[in-house]
Structure formats: structure tokens, C-alpha cells
Design a protein around this ligand. Sequence first.
Ligand SMILES: Nc1ncnc2c1ncn2[C@@H]1O[C@H](COP(=O)(O)OP(=O)(O)OP(=O)(O)O)[C@@H](O)[C@H]1O
Length: 247
Amino acid sequence: MLRIEGVEKSYKTGGLFSKKKQNVLTDISFECGQGECLGIIGESGSGKSTLGRLIIGIEEPDQGTVLFEGKRIRERNARRGNISAVFQDYTSSINPFYTVEQAMMEPLKLQNKARKEASGKIDLLLRQVGLDSSYRTKYPHELSGGEAQRVCIARAVSTEPKCILLDEAISSLDGSVQIQVLQLLKRLREIYNMGYIFITHDIQAAAYICDRVVFMRQGRIEETVNIAHLKDVQSAYAKKLLQMIIT
Ligand SMILES: Nc1ncnc2c1ncn2[C@@H]1O[C@H](COP(=O)(O)OP(=O)(O)OP(=O)(O)O)[C@@H](O)[C@H]1O
């Protein structure tokens, strides 16, 4: 479904006229199959979010390609309706002047759904994320963090994409709410048969939801492992991250 080939990315550092560059991603290649949940794990600054932005096509790699079902993800028709995203900061993900209904209507309108059909779908999606239809008229500031993130997830699912990028999507939530949202994501994946790219620094959350994980360190892939073999990781870096949860 998703193929990343030889991706490199650097950013300018040191001001407008500086020629200095910082390499953020180096020689990144991997695939994510249809319906697979692939975790991307690494310490802060290892390039996870940069890779996420390249995967959803909002930034372009300096070198290499990001292909979604064989098409370059930067082409609008490759990504429209096929890939959506949920970010850590749910407070700024929803327009503060929009009700939940208006926020959820946006992607459905882009798919040219008739109003009545879209309205029925919003009720169904809210139910599927554990919220009732009374939430339709609420504004973001009237929602708890967990509720707001559920709305963001419902909106991401609404176009029935083949893949959702979740970038630290549970990191800002309280422990017990994190577990509820992880359970919700698992359930939705079964209903809609979607793939997830699950970016996190939380190896426990990744172990709960992912089929495979990619360990990233300083912009490079250190190791990729099936979740069933997580305890058999080879690299010192992956062992160190695992050790942190064991202790
Ligand atoms: N738009 C940008 N311009 C310049 N430098 C950037 C930009 N985006 C990211 N970087 C740099 O790239 C490096 C990787 O950042 P990135 O946010 O991808 O890491 P991360 O693994 O997601 O970190 P965290 O877990 O803290 O979010 C950092 O050193 C960051 O300062």
C-alpha cells in the first residue's frame, strides 16, 4: 500500500542566507501493507514527525520517493480520501469556531456526500468513537481532551481512508484515556480494515496496537521488527528503549 524508497530530508539551519543544512532523514526505506499497523518509534528529534509529514504528502523529500499504491503521494489524487492524519495537538486540530458537526462535515463535503447521507454518517461515526449525537452541537472548548481526540479520530475515519497516520495521537491524554483511545483505534481498524502508521515514543502503546515497528535513531532506521519478536531486537538502541519499559 505505502512504499518509502531511499528518502532523504534536510532543513536549512542558521538563518535565511546560511548554506548550512541539518540532515533529518537519511536513506529511509520501508513498506506498509494494506490493513497493517506499522509503528515508528524513536527518541525525541529522531525524525519521526518529519517522516510523517512526508508520508501524508504535505512535504516533499529531497531525494527518494513516497508511493501510495504505486502513485507519488504528492499527487493529490493519490492521497485524497486514501490517507488521513490525527496529530497530538487536538486543541488546534479543530477550528474553534466550528461545532463538532461542522468539523466532521468538512471532509465529507470534499467527497461530495449529500447532506442527508453525511449527517447520518456523522451520527454513526460519533457512536463508533463512543460519543452520542448530543456532541454534534458542541464547540471544541466544550470537550475534554479525550473527547476532542475522539472527534479528530472520527473525522479521520469519515472518508474511510486506506491508511491513517497517527502522530503521537495519544501522547497528550491521561493514562486511562490513552488506553481507551488505543482500544478504540483497534476496534475501528477491525471495522474499516484500515492501515495505521503509528508514530510514538511510547513502546508500550506500540506493542499494544502495532503489527511491526520501525526503530528510528538520528534520522536513520536502526531496526524493523515484528511485534511478536519485540523482545528479540538486535540493535543496542532498540534494546535500550525496551529496557526502559521493563525497568
Ligand atoms: N520545518 C523544520 N525546519 C527545520 N528543522 C526542522 C523542521 N522540522 C523538524 N526539524 C528538525 O528535525 C529534527 C527532527 O525533528 P522531528 O520533529 O521530525 O523529530 P521527532 O522524532 O518527531 O521528535 P519529537 O518526538 O520530539 O516530536 C529536529 O532536530 C528538528 O529540529
